[in-house]
Design a protein around this ligand. Structure first.
Ligand code: NI
Length: 397
């Protein structure tokens, strides 16, 4: 066993320059969600160069399998996302985005390059493990309804269903070298709220002749906060934010309508359903009681992400063996959303964090910012670490 971890580390060390090369290529050539055509081609070529056969799913998603001895014994899945964001890169680095207005500002280039590295390591070690490792390269993590939902729809978790799935994500709050884990609820569901409050416009000095949608909207904003404070269990993390109010034209005109848009997040599917119903009922009822109406449209996003405790404990142990116990840390929950959650609703899953920050090198920007970057030292860890986790997952009876 010890011998095998050394073999993983040795190959990982040999291929790190290649992983960096892939990452830089992907970083320089980012593509938006569901448009990852060139990215998928690049990844497919690389996988085929390792001798793997590759299937296309969900238009720009890919699946490949590495079969060890006794391949039908068990399957474990590893996932990377491939899409970039509509952000103009502000970094002056040789591998800066060549696609203006599009940037890998969430590290999906890192996830994809790392999983390629993992694939290369595992294909070289396939005589040393039993079972099958399925590689899932998905599109559209950044955009509803989430590429993961299409990958699942197209069979990424079937024939056979994997025993577990592991995903990794860069983490600019964690220094490079550290790996972060969280058992249980980890990230939130995310639904978008679009409310249109309709009243009857008129002169600001004659409100008795109008139904004021600004006032109705104000009541709705306040009432919706009470869904969180009075209906949600205080033990359940949940948040509702109205981020935008649109309506009116002048100081003395009451408009016909006001639009409210916001986000609702939760970490429990039962509460999520209940809350969405309450939001609709309160907004509609309140508007009606004040003489107006409210159209409530809810754009459903990702479910909440639950990290299976057993899988998380096992991959955490694997990480301790790979990077040392000192470098394995527990991380807090986040009310951010991540479409890896779809897999976590189907099979035991765990999503962990790869430290990418380096204050000495000035690499501290958060994800989704124009100056986001990683310390590429992380790439000397990410591929081998995931390969070792996958082997350990297969070994688990
Ligand atoms: Ni991301």
């Amino acid at each position: 066993m010890n011998d095998l971890v050394h073999q993983v580390k040795t190959i990982a060390r040999q291929i790190t320059p290649e992983v960096i090369h892939w990452r830089r290529h992907l970083h320089a050539n980012p593509e938006l969600s569901y448009q990852e055509y060139e990215t998928a081609k690049y990844v497919k070529n690389a996988l085929e160069s390792f001798g793997l056969s590759v299937h296309t799913l969900a238009t720009t998603g890919l699946v490949a399998e590495i079969k060890g001895n006794n391949p039908t014994l068990k399957t474990v899945a590893l996932r990377a996302d491939m899409d970039a964001l509509p952000i103009t890169e502000a970094n002056a680095v040789p591998y800066a985005s060549k696609n203006k207005g599009v940037m890998h500002a969430c590290g999906h280039d890192v996830h994809t390059a790392s999983l390629l590295g993992t694939a290369k390591i595992l294909t070289q070690l396939k005589e040393h493990f039993e079972g099958t490792i399925r590689l899932i390269f998905q599109p559209g993590e950044e955009k509803n309804p989430g590429g993961a939902s299409y990958m699942i729809r197209d069979g990424a978790l079937q024939n056979p269903e994997p025993a577990s799935i592991i995903g990794q994500h860069v983490f600019p709050l964690l220094p490079v070298g550290k790996i972060g884990f969280r058992e249980g609820m980890y990230m939130a569901s995310c639904d978008e709220l679009y409310l249109t409050v309709k009243g009857k416009g008129g002169h600001g000095a004659a409100p008795e002749l109008t139904v004021d949608p600004v006032l109705i909207a104000s009541h709705i904003v306040i009432a919706l906060q009470q869904v969180i404070s009075r209906n949600a269990s205080p033990k359940q993390p949940t948040v509702l934010t109205i981020g935008k109010i649109e309506g009116g034209t002048a100081t003395n005109i009451i408009p016909n309508e006001v639009k409210l848009t916001g986000t609702f997040r939760a970490m429990d599917e039962g509460w999520r359903e209940e809350a969405l119903k309450k939001i609709k009922r309160i907004a509609e009822g309140l508007a009606e009681s004040m003489g107006g109406t409210c159209d409530v449209e809810i754009s459903r996003g990702y479910p909440f992400l639950k990290n299976d405790p057993s899988v998380t404990q096992r991959i955490k142990e694997a990480a301790k063996a790979y990077v040392g116990a000192d470098n394995v840390v527990d991380i807090d929950i986040s009310l951010g959303a991540e479409d890896f959650s779809y897999y976590s609703q189907v099979i035991p899953a765990s999503f962990y964090r790869l430290g990418t920050k380096n204050e000495a090198k000035g690499i501290t920007s958060y994800v989704h910012t124009p100056t986001f970057d990683i310390d590429e030292e992380a790439l000397s860890i990410s591929s081998g670490l995931m390969a070792w986790m996958a082997i350990q997952e297969l070994n688990y009876a």
